[in-house]
Structure formats: C-alpha cells, structure tokens
Write a protein that binds this ligand. Structure first.
Ligand SMILES: [Zn+2]
Length: 433
C-alpha cells in the first residue's frame, strides 16, 4: 500500500439510516458487504447526526468542518419573502471556511467532484470551489434520464437540446448539414429512454446515478492518484416515481401547506411514497457498489465513505420532505458507512454517534496520511449539534395570515439538538417540542 490512500466520499442525498438493514430497515446492503469482503476491505458503520436538515448547510458543514452557525450558509430566521437563489448564493460566496477540496489539493490530492444535485451542489452555490474537475449532471434529477444511456448519449442529447428549440428544427438542420450519424445516435438514445420508461414505469427513476457510473466507467473522470473523489447521488431524493396514481408531487408549496395543516395527504399514499423511497435507496446502493467496482479496477488503495446530508420525513411529525426546518430523527438521523483496506484501520471501536464535522475530520486525517482512527473521530467528550433556523423556502408562503400560522408552527419546531458521546442526550432548547 502506498503512502496516500485515495478517498471516495459519497453523499446519498436524502438517505435516512433507518431504511438500511444495517440500522434495522428493509433496504439491503448485502451487495456492498460482499463487495467489501471481496476487495479485502473492512466495513464499519455508525449512527450519524446531520448538523442540518437540508442540503446546503449540510454540504458546507461537511466541506468546511464548521457548524451552520459558524459557516453561516443556512436558512433565514424570519419569514420575509426573499429571492432564495440570490440569498443563498450571497451567503455561500462569503463563507470563510476552508473547503475540503482545497485541503485535499494542498496535500497533493487531485480533487474531483460529481454532483447530481443540480439545485444546490453546484457552481452557483460555491460547492465546486477548488476541485480540479467538477461535473454537474446536465439533466438535473427531475428529468427521467434512465438506465442504459451512456455518458456520450447524454452529452449528445444535452448539446442538441441546447442548440435547437425542438426536434423538427434539429432534424432539419442536421439533415441540411449532412450529419446523418448524429441523427442516428440521437434517435438511438431517445429510443433507449422510451424503452426504459416503458419497462421501468412505476418503478425506479434514475436521477443521475447511472451517468455518474458511466463517467467513471468510460474514463471521462481522470482518477489521478492520489485522488479525492466526491459524489452526490440523488436517487433517494423525491420525486419517487412517475405514476398517474399520484395526484401530487412534493413541491415546496405542497410540503408547506401539509405542514400547516391546510392540506391532507392520506396515510396510504404516504406509505406508498415511503416504499418507493426504500426501493430507490436500494437502487442507489446498487449504483454505489458498481462505482466501487469500477474504482477497484484502477486502484486497491482507497477508502470509501458513504453518508448523507439529511433524512426525509413521511408524515411522522406532520411534515413531508425535508425543508420545513424540523430536527427529528427522520430528518437528521443518517448513515455513515466506511470501507477501507484492512491495514489502514488503526482501531476497532464502534462509536455510537458521529456527525458531519467528524466525517470532515476523517477525510482530513486520511489525506494527511494518518491511519484511520475511529477513536479520534469520536473524541470522549465530543458534542454533536444539529441546528435549524426556519424553513428553506419561506417565500412560498403568500400573505400575512399564512406567515403568522407558520411562525406559530416554527415556535414548536426543534431549533437545536445536542448529542453527547455514545449516548443520545437531547438538551431542550427554546424552540423544542
Ligand atoms: Zn440534500
């Protein structure tokens, strides 16, 4: 084993831990465990607490090792209407924390990022900073780009959609320019989407996982050793399936109206959504296994850290999705799974709780060539804090009456939770219920 271990940090956006079998849930991690054995790697998993309930603050905590109250890239405390992209962009741009991508580079690592969260984990919100290469899925997770497309197919379709308003103009122009092969390739890719949609209808939606795998498999991503590879996968994020049975999609307006009791969503529907979520989580695990297999063709000297930025609620505490500001177990209880070559691990302690800051520390210690020590990761008197200031998109609430209702609801929402050492000890705060 060389001096430096390559690091693969995978965020399964929106994955809560209790759906995984490692934590008593239904989604199987058997393939992953078998793979670890086959690659002669050790696998450890921990209960993790996310330091925020949504994507942007959590990613900043993971990248900087600072709490949301320290890096300040978090939701607003009041409910005034605001232009959220600009608001968050400004906060992100003024963040003073040192990014993990830069720390890895300083230690001689080649930093690569692949993001399928086109909403927040991108250039606009500053999370691509200091990476040598950073890819953002050009389709976004709301488009049903499906399994079976290669990266080349996707880039071609993306380029064509950028160039032409509709397919008739595209065909006309391409015929005029005698680009017959392009027409053939694009038709083939479109047909693949059609076939996949037909067979996968009502089942799984690939939200970029397959493309991420293609990027690695086809060598588009340059894995120059030692490398730090960050991946955000969106398979566990809504929407959960395209089906006519669902009369709504989880939009910010829907989750806020449900939260305020202005809209009812029956239990059966919520259960169905959760079942789909579990299937999508399994699909995400399958993609991860395939990614790890691909990486193992390049190198045997790597560590994989699989974790999430926040959980997902299905009506457990009167809310759905993950944007209203709640800090219950389903919102912040997320997994952390570490796979590493056996010799790289120094101790064999299974700490009970870890948080994003400790995951940041773990990455920093690996890129500094320290042996992986889970004791150092834990710390005997380490206190984990999860913070919430309010909703992610308060501007969706029109009118003073609704805003007042929201304020009342927020007064009984957990503002901060503390976990200490191996036990979950929750200290009540002002806005706690
Ligand atoms: Zn997220």
């Amino acid at each position: 084993m060389g001096d430096k271990l390559n690091v693969v940090l995978i965020i399964c956006d929106t994955l809560r831990k209790d759906v995984l079998d490692l934590y008593g849930g239904k989604a199987s991690t058997l393939e992953l465990r078998d793979l670890a054995n086959k690659l002669d790697m050790e696998m450890k998993w921990f209960n993790r607490v996310s330091n925020s309930f949504w994507t942007l603050p959590s990613h900043y905590t993971l990248f900087t090792g600072l709490l949301p109250s320290e890096h300040k890239v978090h939701e607003p405390e009041d409910l005034v209407s605001f232009d959220y992209p600009r608001y968050y962009e400004k906060l992100a741009r003024s963040c003073r924390g040192t990014m993990i991508s830069l720390e890895a580079r300083k230690k001689g690592y080649y930093s690569i990022g692949i993001s399928n969260n086109t909403g927040f984990v991108n250039y606009q919100f500053g999370l691509s900073r200091y990476f040598n290469e950073f890819y953002v899925n050009p389709f976004g997770f709301s488009v049903d780009v499906n399994q079976g497309l290669t990266n080349k197919d996707v880039l071609l379709l993306h380029q064509l959609s950028e160039l032409y308003n509709n397919k008739f103009t595209a065909v006309k122009e391409l015929l005029f320019n005698k680009r017959f092969n392009t027409i053939f390739e694009a038709t083939r890719a479109k047909l693949k989407i059609r076939i996949n949609r037909y067979f996968n209808h009502d089942r799984i939606i690939d939200k970029g996982g397959y493309l991420t795998l293609s990027l690695i498999r086809e060598g588009s991503v340059r894995l120059r050793e030692p490398f730090f590879l960050f991946i955000n996968l969106m398979e566990c994020h809504e929407p959960y399936r395209f089906s006519k049975k669902y009369s709504f999609s989880i939009t910010p307006e829907v989750f806020q109206r449900f939260y305020l009791g202005l809209m009812n969503i029956n239990k059966k529907l919520l259960n169905n959504l959760k079942e789909d979520y579990i299937k999508d989580s399994e699909y995400c695990l399958g993609i991860i296994s395939s990614i790890i297999k691909e990486i193992s063709r390049y190198t045997k000297s790597f560590v994989v850290i699989i974790t999430s930025d926040h959980g997902q609620e299905f009506g457990e505490h009167g809310s759905i999705s993950h944007n209203v500001g709640s800090l219950y177990e389903e919102n912040i209880g997320v997994p952390v799974i570490v796979m590493a070559p056996r010799l790289a691990i120094k101790d064999d302690v299974q700490p009970y709780y870890v948080d994003l800051i400790q995951v940041n520390n773990l990455v920093k210690s690996i890129v500094s060539s320290d042996p992986i020590s889970f004791i150092n990761m834990q710390g005997s008197d380490y206190v984990m804090i999860s913070e919430s200031y309010g909703a992610v998109y308060p501007s969706y609430l029109e009118g003073e009456e609704l805003q007042e209702l929201y304020r009342q609801r927020l007064r009984v929402t957990r503002k901060a939770i503390y976990y200490k050492n191996t036990k979950q000890s929750i200290i009540k705060t002002q806005r706690y219920c």
